[in-house]
Design a protein around this ligand. Structure first.
Ligand SMILES: NC(=O)C1=CN([C@@H]2O[C@H](COP(=O)(O)OP(=O)(O)OC[C@H]3O[C@@H](n4cnc5c(N)ncnc54)[C@H](OP(=O)(O)O)[C@@H]3O)[C@@H](O)[C@H]2O)C=CC1
Ligand SMILES: O=C(O)C1=N[C@H](C(=O)O)C[C@H](O)C1
Length: 258
């Protein structure tokens, strides 16, 4: 067997952290080199951040925006390891700081590591380009479990970006992220976001193209959290030998050139 890739898991006690560790342990190409959580949190088999930085070729980071930025800057400052970041809810400034860190180390960042969502992004871009904005409204609906803290989801924002790219418009200028009360009629060209939270829903995303006499809806449903973990571990194996740069799951899946 060829050499295994040493992978550490940040946020190891979280929902994704636990799923990620399981997938790494089950993959013969990977070795679970370290698991760590919030500084000061101890637990069986947990190391600290310094131990993880020293042991890992790649760290899987599904934590919080603040933790991901701090980790990216720390890793960049010492020239590694590479990172696979899945945290969502990042501000534009936090996204910029991760991009700056990626000038010194390899970082994969995506709001969704599933194959289906990454394929859906291409379909949404294509549909948005084909359907004239004056006749077709775009609305994005996402549903997640009751414990999710950010909204709209990272995936919903990626799908909104894909729709905006298809229409060659700036998402910031057309995004409609909250409606309540007397909102006035829908502004032509807006891309709307709607958010549901409840129970244990892993993640559902729909993009509706609404015309006057017909609607077209593209939907992705995640059936199990391990889906994202398997995609993230595939990204870790992919990025382990990459040079500095900011990559996404479309790079990992080889979808960029199609
Ligand atoms: N890109 C994708 O495909 C996916 C992305 N996500 C995203 O991943 C993130 C995590 O989701 P989820 O696992 O459900 O959340 P959880 O809250 O269950 O897990 C996050 C974990 O990270 C820990 N943590 C917080 N700060 C640090 C730190 N500085 N260093 C190390 N660990 C830290 C948390 O500790 P504490 O509880 O003490 O705060 C917690 O244990 C979210 O942003 C979510 O949206 C989720 C699924 C898929
Ligand atoms: O918090 C979650 O659970 C999820 N977060 C990601 C997002 O914000 O899009 C991906 C997935 O939908 C699950």
């Amino acid at each position: 067997m060829s050499e295994q890739v040493n992978i550490a898991v940040a946020g190891a006690l979280g929902r994704m952290g636990r799923a990620l560790a399981q997938v790494v342990e089950d993959d013969p190409r990977a070795h679970l080199a370290a698991r760590f959580d919030r500084p000061g949190v101890e637990g069986e088999g947990l190391t600290d951040l310094a131990g993880a930085l020293a042991a890992a070729q790649v760290i899987l980071d599904f934590t919080t925006p603040e933790a991901s930025v701090a980790l990216a800057e720390k890793a960049a400052g010492r020239g590694g390891p590479a990172l696979v970041i899945g945290s969502t809810g990042l501000s534009p400034d936090q996204i910029r700081r991760i991009a700056t860190a990626a000038e010194r180390i390899a970082i994969v960042r995506s709001g969704n590591y599933s194959l289906g969502v990454n394929l859906l992004m291409g379909l949404v871009r294509q549909a948005a380009a084909a359907l004239p904005a004056l006749d077709w409204d775009i609305e994005i609906l996402e549903t997640h479990h009751q414990r999710k803290v950010d909204a709209p989801s990272g995936t919903a924002l990626m799908l909104g970006q894909a729709a905006a790219d298809g229409r060659s418009v700036d998402l910031e200028k057309v995004a409609q992220r909250g409606r309540d009360g007397i909102t006035g009629a829908r502004r032509p060209g807006d891309i709307g976001f709607a958010v549901l939270r409840g129970g244990g829903v892993i993640g559902e995303h729909s993009v509706m193209f609404a015309g006057e006499s017909e609607t077209l809806t593209l939907t992705h449903t995640a059936l199990d959290r391990g889906l994202f973990a398997r995609g993230a571990v595939a990204a870790a194996l992919w990025v382990a030998d990459k040079g500095p740069g900011l990559y996404d799951m479309q790079d990992v899946l080889g979808m960029k050139d199609r």
